[in-house]
Write a protein that binds this ligand. Sequence first.
Ligand SMILES: Cc1cc2nc3c(=O)[nH]c(=O)nc-3n(C[C@H](O)[C@H](O)[C@H](O)COP(=O)(O)OP(=O)(O)OC[C@H]3O[C@@H](n4cnc5c(N)ncnc54)[C@H](O)[C@@H]3O)c2cc1C
Length: 585
Amino acid sequence: MTKYLRGVRWPLWTATATSLGILVTHSLDFLSQPPTYGSATSTPDPSLRAHSPSWTEAQGGRRPRLVICGSGWVARSLISLLDTRLCEVMVISERNHFLYTPLLPASCVGSVEHRSIVSPVREVLANRIRWDRRKWWRSGQPSRLSFLHARVDDIDPRQKRIYCSSAHTGARLQVDYDVAVLAVGSSNDDCGMPGVSEHCHFLKAADDARAIRRAVTLALEHAAEPFCTPQERSDLLHFCVVGAGPAGTEFAAELHDFLSEDAHRLYPAELLEDVRISVIQSGRMVLNSYDRRIAEHATEKFQRDGIQLLLNCRVVDVQPHQLTVLDKDTQQRRQVPYGVCVWTTGVAMQPLARRLAQRIGPDIQSNHHALIVDSHLAVLGDPSRSLYAAGDCSTLRMPEVYSHARELFEEADEDGDGRIQYYEFAHLLRSVRDRFPQLREHAPEMELRLRAARDTVTRDNFTEWLRDIDAHTTSLPATAQVAHQQGKYLAGLLNRRFECWPHPLDETDPSVCPAFVWHNLGATAYIGGETSVMEVPYLQPVYGVYVYWLWYGYSLLHQFSWRSRFLVAGDFIKTRLLGRDTSMF
Ligand SMILES: Cc1cc2nc3c(=O)[nH]c(=O)nc-3n(C[C@H](O)[C@H](O)[C@H](O)COP(=O)(O)OP(=O)(O)OC[C@H]3O[C@@H](n4cnc5c(N)ncnc54)[C@H](O)[C@@H]3O)c2cc1C
């Protein structure tokens, strides 16, 4: 018995210590539990409810209030790196979860479940508060992070006021801010065509993916009815994807996997003879924003898989169960009946961003697709620099570099020999990279050119290079990668700003705060049959099964919570061992 007790002594001690630890942590949690973040009170306008001063304000220890509009990629990266001792954070979003969008196409056919790729905002905030308590418990400053489930309708930058409507009652709410970050993403682009919103599925949110999954299963079940005529069956089993960018291509690939792997197993073989997937694309290849070799590879793979490609074609009319497609080469129109149509032609400006742009004025906010921000992501036209925008709802304004060619050349030519040597070029890059962030982005390419020109460049060639840079400096792509990097950048900038609060920080001074620079880490896309393509700057494009595994591993690691990591890994094993689930709810 004693021997047995001696054997279990260490585990017993460990268990007791752990339980005590948990008990103490919970007691401290309870003791430091702050009162609820400001309740709503009535204002002169009886229909408008205003946010009352927060509890820290009431205690005289006012911290700046940061309001983050949206719960997407920008918001997630910003929250994870923000110093929450320095400010009070309120997240306002019409969606109460973060969504891992790169796996959204896979969730349309059940390769992963919808719930696996979403993380509730409250869970992320609660984890952050718990983490902060452990990290900063000595500082005695409890973190103040809260969530308001509402749609932001309008922002008044002059009064620093946000107007929103409750997601539950529709009640009009007013929230004041010291600093606000607009991260509301983009909306679906229906190309202004009537019928798209009514008859087609968009692919942007978890709800869209759920609706698509249901529609695909319904089409299969309906077509399997013995009363279906051959024509009805053929129309029902025609799945159309409009737009072959990354989202449309990945969805078509996932659908093909599902139909060839699971539908084959579950439905009669004669039924599946009628199944067709068509991709309608206005360009000449799928994935045409990628490297040409990748686009060709993906186009050939789709053709080999039997996916019908209607290339250089445009949808000109959408009716329930029928599209009219115009062939841009022959100018001929044809009717294309469909069972399910998924519309992925791109993104449009968020109504909220458009309203704000109108409020500021078209002379400053002249872009029709996104809010123009400066190199520190502050919205142009907000003199107080309290409103930032990042991610899909914003576009970066870069200063033109070509018009400064003469001045830059003279600055670089340290020995005055009329040529820039390699070391002079490196010095120049270091000194002006904050003024012209695009130079930093194009630095590797310029270095290659410099090497090719034997480490020296003349004034004329240098001017030509700068002209090329301006020509190729486009707005950043609307990707999670850009949104994630901008969220991280804003966290750093705001931490610095809140450290000196209430004193202003001259963030436009490059020595105080460098400008935002996007680091292009490449792009991947899934093209079916456990094959992905990957484009990495300055390297050869790569494709194959190992790229798929690399991409999948990366996706797994980058989920927004540990819960999602486990669930996505579980879904992956489940799909491979047992197949996809086709039940409908
Ligand atoms: C199917 C699909 C696949 C993709 N795959 C990739 C990929 O593989 N790699 C990649 O880099 N990018 C990918 N993207 C693009 C990427 O998802 C976006 O670029 C990214 O989500 C942009 O982040 P964001 O924070 O700006 O906006 P979002 O992530 O779109 O978040 C916007 C948030 O704002 C909320 N919101 C919107 N309007 C309001 C309002 N008025 N009031 C309150 N809240 C509001 C929304 O509910 C949402 O929570 C994909 C996109 C899609 C649709």
